[in-house]
Design a protein around this ligand. Structure first.
Ligand SMILES: CC(C)(COP(=O)(O)OP(=O)(O)OC[C@H]1O[C@@H](n2cnc3c(N)ncnc32)[C@H](O)[C@@H]1OP(=O)(O)O)[C@@H](O)C(=O)NCCC(=O)NCCS
Length: 157
């Protein structure tokens, strides 16, 4: 039986779970996440967009998170981060998180939501494409030398 996935806004007490999730993958630049890096990333996100930091929970345990930003002056949304705990992938957690971010961007009346990921991250690219994002370009050596970023855009209007 599949367990219910609840997506809600981030709370201070979620930080340790997010550290655990991030520690399961190298950061996009190839560096291992240090506690300081995670704390800095989360405090930057919460300062810039407190309403755009979401977590997904299953049976009360945090199994994924997403950060989305809305640029009012530009009327666009940027999906900054989405990650699911390795032992919970392929269960619809990412789907629920990205759906939340896209709906949140729609509620803001954003014209589009965009993101980027590593050119070698086939799983993420397919995942974004299944959720209406289209590849519009590349940024060479974006993450590190030899690792380009793929830019993906979902036009909302
Ligand atoms: C990319 C990522 C966020 C996707 O999250 P996810 O939770 O695995 O995504 P979903 O489960 O919603 O979708 C993945 C697959 O599970 C399937 N699925 C969806 N709901 C499901 C459910 N309830 N039960 C079983 N499978 C399900 C989907 O159909 C999809 O299958 P498909 O590939 O055959 O189409 C996740 O793999 C991840 O964290 N990757 C590492 C970090 C990363 O690359 N982040 C993004 C770029 S920076």
């Amino acid at each position: 039986m599949s367990r219910e996935i609840v997506v809600r806004n981030y709370r201070i007490g979620d930080l340790e779970d997010i550290k655990e999730i991030l520690s399961e993958y190298p950061s996009p630049t190839g560096r291992v996440w240090s506690e300081n890096m995670v704390e800095e990333m989360m405090s930057d996100a919460l300062r810039e967009q407190p309403g755009g930091v979401f977590v997904a929970a299953m049976s009360g345990k945090i199994v994924g998170f997403a950060i989305v930003m809305y640029r009012d002056w530009f009327n666009i949304a940027y999906l900054d981060y989405i990650q699911v705990k390795t032992d919970q992938i392929n269960k619809g957690v990412g789907h629920r998180l990205i759906e939340k971010c896209v709906n949140w961007a729609r509620e803001k009346s954003a014209r589009m939501i965009y993101t980027e990921t590593g050119k070698n991250n086939e799983r993420a690219i397919k995942f974004y494409q299944r959720h209406g994002f289209k590849i519009t370009g590349y940024i060479p050596d974006y993450y590190q030398k030899g690792l380009d970023a793929v830019i993906l855009v979902n036009k909302l209007s």
